[in-house]
Write a protein that binds this ligand. Sequence first.
Ligand code: ADP
Ligand code: ADP
Length: 230
Amino acid sequence: TSFVDFQQVSLAYDDSGNAIEDISLSIGEGEFVAFVGPSGCGKSTFMKLCTGLHAPTGGSVKVDGVEVGGPLKICGMAFQSANLLPWRTTLDNVLLPLEIVKPYRSQFRQRRAEFVGWARDLLRTVGLEGYEDQYPWQLSGGMQQRASICRALIHRPRLLMLDEPFGALDAFTREELWCVLRDLWEAQRFTVVLVTHDLREAAFLADTVYVMSRRPGRIIERREIDLPRP
Ligand code: ADP
Ligand code: ADP
């Protein structure tokens, strides 16, 4: 069954043409899919349609069977820049969604100790044990990105949206984090939509890769990846 469902979706920002052109596709719950293509091909626009930050100008976008009609609250997000709050420690950055998102926010005071336990568990799985009380500027770029992935997952979202999350990292760190992400996904099986311009990254991480064309907004290929993984 389909978790993210696009039916003949188009989006035009202005009269210069469509940024997304007649896309129909379906992503099952627990799948890991990647969208790959050159800059300007419509990857971010696709992402914003999935998360309800843009409404389609044509067609329909459904998530979990419901037409998306505004910013989606069931997803976690991470971007190229980690965007950690500089005045908060690693731990407090990771806790942030629990202070904001229902149903956690109303319980935050009473359950803080438990939530801190979740954050510590998650930070340990990404290799950040011992850095809980450091501030973002005390962490390397890779560590900041690990923390931002923890923040995206702390409220157990069913959908994880990743927009070039490793784009700013060196090749070693990047491939290390691919493994971290893949391990988290294998353990928890949230649905992942990754957009990237890195075909290797897409093929390493995702089980299904959609290739978008340079001419904006079109999918030119859908490929199932069946790689032996370390
Ligand atoms: P990508 O993320 O793959 O780089 P985008 O989704 O950002 O691609 O952009 C797809 C197309 O839509 C591009 O031609 C871009 O110039 C155009 N575009 C993106 N955002 C806007 C906007 N806010 N207003 C007008 N055009 C936009
Ligand atoms: P329990 O009822 O035993 O807490 P859960 O399925 O809620 O069972 O959680 C199992 C474990 O997963 C908990 O011990 C907790 O550490 C962790 N956990 C639960 N919810 C979250 C969450 N939203 N974010 C991170 N970790 C969580």
